[in-house]
Unconditional design. Structure first.
Length: 111
């Protein structure tokens, strides 16, 4: 087994783990959204939360696409999509911080 094949297998393992973690997180997050806690009644928090849930799916589809490209040895497409996923990952993190900041404001204004 060549070094390139071992590297591809390692990449696929990491990509699969990342996708599984996001799918589990999305399932738990969807359960939270469906339970409609009182702080999700805030329109801004509700909208941001839906965008965040959509971004989770985007990441999973991105991981699937990257896995296919790794299996096909298409380095340019893999690198391009990886850059896109990383850029949108920054938006994802920003939204997460913004949601929890807004929730904290709502919670502290009620308490």
């Amino acid at each position: 087994m060549g070094c390139g094949l071992r590297w591809s297998i390692l990449q696929i393992i990491f990509i699969t783990l990342g996708a599984l973690i996001i799918l589990i997180s999305r399932y738990k997050y969807k359960s939270l959204l469906n339970s409609k806690p009182w702080f999700f009644k805030n329109l801004v928090i509700e909208r941001l939360s839906k965008v965040q849930a959509g971004l989770m799916l985007f990441f999973v589809f991105g991981y699937i696409f990257i896995t296919i490209e790794v299996l096909n040895n298409n380095d340019l497409a893999t690198q391009s999509l990886t850059c896109l996923v990383l850029a949108i990952g920054a938006v994802f993190i920003f939204l997460t911080v913004l949601i929890y900041f807004k929730m904290t404001l709502v919670i502290t204004s009620v308490a």
